[in-house]
Design a protein around this ligand. Structure first.
Ligand code: 5GP
Length: 202
C-alpha cells in the first residue's frame, strides 16, 4: 500500500494519474467525500460523492479504513474496495492527507509506504492553485494556509519528493515503488526458491 500526500497544488494528482496509467500492478483507491464535485470530476472515478448522512452511515457501519475532515468536508477510504484489490495481488495507491496516513500507518504498519510531495516553492504552489481555476479565490487562499499545515507533517513520511518537473518526479516515484517491491520481506516464495536452490547445490 502506497500513500501519496501533499498540499493541494503540489502535483500529486498528476503524478498519481500517470503512475496508474503506466503500471498495471497498481490500482488507485477511490475515496468517498462529502465535497461537491468540481467541473469535470466523475462520480465513482475521481471520488464517490456522498451526502453527510451517507458518510456518517459509512463510519457507523465501520466501512471506512480511515477518514478525516479536510477544508470542512469529509473524506474517507472505503475498506472493502481496498481489500478486494489487495486480494487480487494488486498494490493500492492512496491519495489521502496526513491524518488518513497516520490512521493507515497505525493499522497496517510496514505494509504502508508513505510518500510526500513538496512543491518547488511557495510561488509555484500559489500559481498552480490559481491556474487550476477550479476553486474560487477565497478557497485558493484557504488552501495556501492549509498547505503550511500539511507540509508541517513532511517528516512523518518515508520518502519526500520535490516536484520541480512532473516526469522526473514520476520517475522517482516509480523507482521507490520498484525498490519497495524488491524488499526481501515482500518477496513471496523467495525463501522456498532459495532453499530449493541451495539443497540442489549440496
Ligand atoms: P481535494 O478536495 O483537493 O480533492 O482533496 C483535499 C485533500 O483531501 C487532499 O489532501 C487529499 O489528499 C485529501 N483526501 C482525499 N481523499 C481522502 C481520504 O479518503 N482520506 C483522507 N484522510 N484524505 C483524503
Amino acid at each position: 500500500m502506497y500513500v501519496l500526500s501533499s498540499p493541494s497544488g503540489a502535483g500529486k494528482t498528476s503524478i498519481a494519474t500517470k503512475l496508474i496509467g503506466q503500471d498495471p500492478l497498481i490500482s488507485m483507491s477511490i475515496s468517498m467525500t462529502t465535497r461537491k464535485p468540481r467541473p469535470g470530476e466523475v462520480d465513482g472515478k475521481d471520488y464517490i460523492f456522498v451526502s453527510k448522512e451517507e458518510f456518517n452511515k459509512a463510519i457507523e457501519n465501520n466501512e471506512l479504513l480511515e477518514w478525516a475532515e479536510v477544508f470542512g468536508n469529509y473524506y474517507g477510504t472505503p475498506k472493502e474496495a481496498v481489500e478486494q484489490k489487495l486480494k487480487t495481488g494488486k498494490d493500492v495507491l492512496f491519495d489521502i492527507d496526513w491524518q488518513g496516513t497516520q490512521q493507515l500507518h497505525e493499522k497496517v504498519g510496514k505494509d504502508l509506504v508513505r510518500l510526500f510531495i513538496l512543491p518547488p516553492s511557495v510561488n509555484v504552489l500559489e500559481e498552480r492553485l490559481k491556474r487550476r481555476g477550479q476553486d474560487e479565490d477565497h478557497i485558493v487562499q484557504a488552501r495556501m494556509k492549509e498547505a503550511a499545515n500539511q507540509i508541517s507533517h513532511w517528516a512523518e513520511y518515508d520518502y519526500v519528493i520535490i516536484n520541480e518537473n512532473l516526469d522526473e518526479s514520476l520517475l522517482e516515484v516509480q523507482n521507490i515503488l520498484n525498490a519497495e517491491r524488491l524488499k526481501r520481506e515482500r518477496r513471496v516464495g523467495l525463501s522456498a526458491f532459495v532453499r530449493n536452490m541451495t539443497t540442489r547445490m549440496e
